[in-house]
Design a protein around this ligand. Structure first.
Ligand code: ATR
Length: 273
């Protein structure tokens, strides 16, 4: 079997091994896919060891996505724009890095949830790795203006600059939120729930046809989605669908077959409930 892995820290609770095992069964591809824990200072060595043992592809998750981008000998346009890699593909010359988070999110929102993203006035909360991973794909999907807020303003500015569309992308401060009116799409891309708690968000952000998305899933997504419910969001979703879709995109890069995601998603959702 060909060897695959997800490398992160922590990674024990990652659903990726289950998702890829399900895709492998469905498509009849013989592979192994394991979770490998690597602390930041061990990442390079762990990846080298994985390659030496015959590893041909890997998903990279927190906190290694930026470092992984630096190690690659070639980056896809999506990885280049995100400055982050979630998918490694072994080539003759080294690791080829790609990022499927953004396309995974867009696919989940449009295909699974039936949302038309075009012209949606969008608020992105956070400017870390997760935010950088999804912002380019959202712009490509045709959202309207993109407002970005982040606890550390320098990162807001850096992300806005990197996106390179100054007429459309607007960095703002948390303190400005009350004056920004309402949004059609609000995305929580912070790790604040795990890390000190979500900042207070004014209810005025939520419009009548707003969709609220938390990029995480399980318990971590509850505080933001509860706020979204109280604020009157029309649609609320966590990042479970995005997780399955980014996995399918990675699977396709590795195996040239696109797996069917609905059954896998439904199964995971059952366990989540
Ligand atoms: P990830 O890959 O999950 O995005 P990250 O790059 O460390 O991880 O980014 C975490 C994000 O959550 C950042 O936007 C971070 O804000 P800072 O850039 O100011 O650090 C945000 N974040 C984490 N804890 C937060 C908190 N308690 N309040 C507000 N934002 C928080």
């Amino acid at each position: 079997p060909s060897r695959f892995a997800v490398i992160g820290h922590p990674v024990a609770h990652s659903l990726s091994p289950r998702i890829h095992a399900a895709f492998a069964r469905q498509t009849g591809i013989n592979l192994t896919y394991v979770a490998i824990d690597a602390a930041p200072e061990e990442f390079d060595a762990v990846l080298a060891e994985f390659a030496a043992e015959g590893g041909v592809g890997a998903n990279i998750t927190l906190p290694h996505k930026t470092r992984a981008a630096q190690i690659c000998t070639h980056l896809s346009e999506a990885a280049e724009r995100a400055g982050a890699v979630n998918t490694l593909i072994r080539s003759a010359t080294g690791w080829h890095g790609d990022n499927t988070d953004g396309t995974g999110l867009v696919r989940d929102l449009t295909d699974r949830h039936g949302l038309d993203l075009r012209s949606r006035r969008t608020l992105l909360i956070g400017a870390g790795g997760a935010a950088r991973g999804v912002a380019p794909a959202l712009l490509d999907a045709g959202i309207g203006d993109l407002f970005i807020v982040n606890r550390t303003p320098e990162r807001t500015d850096a992300l806005a600059d990197a996106l390179g569309q100054p007429g459309r992308v607007h960095p703002r401060y948390f303190d400005d939120l009350r004056g920004l009116g309402s949004f059609d799409l609000i995305i929580n891309a912070t790790s604040a729930t795990r890390d000190g708690g979500l900042p207070t968000l004014p209810m005025s952000l939520m419009g009548r046809r707003s969709a609220a998305v938390d990029l995480s899933y399980g318990e971590v997504a509850i505080p933001f989605l509860s706020w979204a419910r109280a604020a009157g969001a029309h649609e609320r979703t966590d990042g479970l669908g995005m997780l399955v879709e980014q996995a399918a995109e990675s699977f396709q890069r590795w195996h040239q077959v696109r797996p069917e995601t609905d059954a896998v998603y439904a199964k995971l959702r059952e366990h989540d409930a």
